[in-house]
Design a binder for this molecule. Structure first.
Ligand code: COA
Length: 385
């Protein structure tokens, strides 16, 4: 057995998976073999989620059935709303989301996990849990926008798609079709990304046969950090701090001299520009063509990307998915602290797919360590220390 220690498990395979694949040199990401650039243009979140869960593009009937199931599971129990009301409005929405999703488990169970091995009939249980959680994650994130401001949340509508209903519940008005299309594409783009930190957390928790709500709560906590999903919020705060494109050079020189991280840049897997960032950047251009440019944020981001290319490009550090997503959400009037929860509303599809894959051939994760502590020594009574 190899005892080589690789910090951050960089390059260490943690599992065998057929869900998604990254070519970090060419900058390609595919879900179940389908390039995400094509999925972002042609698919919907509902279809992509089912593709991730089941492994195949669904037929029209399968997609309609799944869509109806999601629409039917949008409401959350009154008690969840009450729990949310008692959370402080100053808390981060990711903490609220983790609390609310873990609380869902108290109401919807999910403990009947298979200690006796995975059977074909377990697919039904896994599917129904996936529908429940995927659908309600969007509801909870949108509800929080109102609950934290002291208002009653807006009831979900069953005549809208997943993305449309999310925007409707968030903003409280009929969604603009173009904005709904952009959100839908963002949900497709963020839905899955091989064994990233939050997916790994879900797999580790799932491998203990914990309930799916706890599995997802573990993943939400892991996504929250600024080195992972929390970066999208930091990017917008960073661009606001820079202010205008002409400030980029001095700002960047200062940050690099202080060895600070440039948010939204760099990725363990990509040594070129993240393909999702390319799609998001194109969507940003389309947005400006249709709606005009409301702030200098996009120009500042372009200038920063150009300046970073000279400084960080030689290290293989280029924009990642978080670089442009927050700018789009800002233009839609979404507060910055809701960006990472929106990431979770999408990534839930990948987490559930990996949970299912983990259970289908489960062995509890239990890595080893290289002990660097004291050798065996005798206990000293407290009065003799
Ligand atoms: N800003 C400045 N320098 C960066 C950088 C960034 N965002 N990302 C990587 N680098 C530099 C590192 O300092 C290191 O330089 P060195 O070789 O001179 O020491 C080199 O690039 C390699 O980076 P490393 O930290 O080993 O990469 P990693 O794979 O461990 O980390 C991230 C990957 C994503 C954690 C890292 O790129 C990062 O912190 N990015 C910003 C946060 C972010 O946007 N996260 C979202 C990811 S989707």
């Amino acid at each position: 057995m190899s005892s080589e220690y690789l910090p951050g498990l960089a390059g260490v395979p943690a599992t065998k998976s057929n869900i998604s694949d990254i070519d970090g040199e060419k900058g390609v990401l595919a879900y179940r073999g389908y390039d995400i650039r094509e999925l972002a243009l042609k698919s919907s979140f509902e279809e992509t989620a089912l593709l991730l869960l089941d492994g195949q593009l669904p037929t029209r009937e399968e997609l309609d059935e799944f869509d109806q199931q999601l629409r039917g599971e949008r409401r959350v129990k009154y008690n969840i709303r009450e729990i949310m009301k008692y959370l402080p409005s100053t808390g981060h929405p990711m903490e609220m989301l983790q609390t609310a999703v873990a609380s869902l488990g108290m109401f919807y169970g999910g403990d009947e996990i298979f200690s006796d091995g995975y059977q074909a009939e377990d697919d039904y249980f896994i599917h129904s849990m996936s529908v429940k959680i995927i659908s309600r994650m969007a509801t909870i994130v949108a509800m929080w926008q109102h609950v934290r401001n002291g208002y009653d949340p807006i009831e979900p509508r069953s005549d809208l798609s997943h993305a449309e209903n999310f925007l409707y519940m968030l903003h409280g008005r009929d969604p603009d079709p173009f904005e709904a299309r952009i959100i839908d594409a963002c949900l497709v783009l963020h839905a899955e990304h091989t064994i990233n930190a939050s997916t790994f957390a879900a797999m580790v928790c799932g491998s203990t046969l914990a309930s799916p709500f706890l599995v997802i709560a573990a993943a939400i906590g892991t996504l929250a950090g600024p080195l992972h999903g929390g970066a999208n919020q930091r990017v917008v705060e960073m661009l606001e701090e820079i202010g205008r494109p002409e400030n980029v050079k001095d700002w960047l020189d200062m940050k690099l001299a202080e060895k600070e991280v440039i948010w939204g840049m760099g990725h363990r897997e990509y040594k070129t520009k993240d393909p999702r960032a390319i799609v998001l950047q194109k969507m940003m251009v389309e947005w400006i063509e249709r709606k005009g440019n409301l702030s200098p944020m996009f120009e500042t981001a372009l200038a920063l990307e150009e300046a970073c290319e000279k400084e960080l490009g030689p290290k293989g550090v280029y924009p990642n998915v978080d670089y442009y997503s927050g700018i789009l959400y800002t233009e839609m009037g979404i507060p910055a602290d809701q960006f990472t929860p929106i990431f979770a509303v999408s990534r839930i599809a990948g987490w559930m797919a990996h949970w299912r894959e983990q259970l289908s051939d489960n062995r509890i994760f239990r890595p080893t360590q290289i002990y660097t502590g004291e050798p065996a020594r005798e206990y000293v009574p407290i009065e003799k220390r």
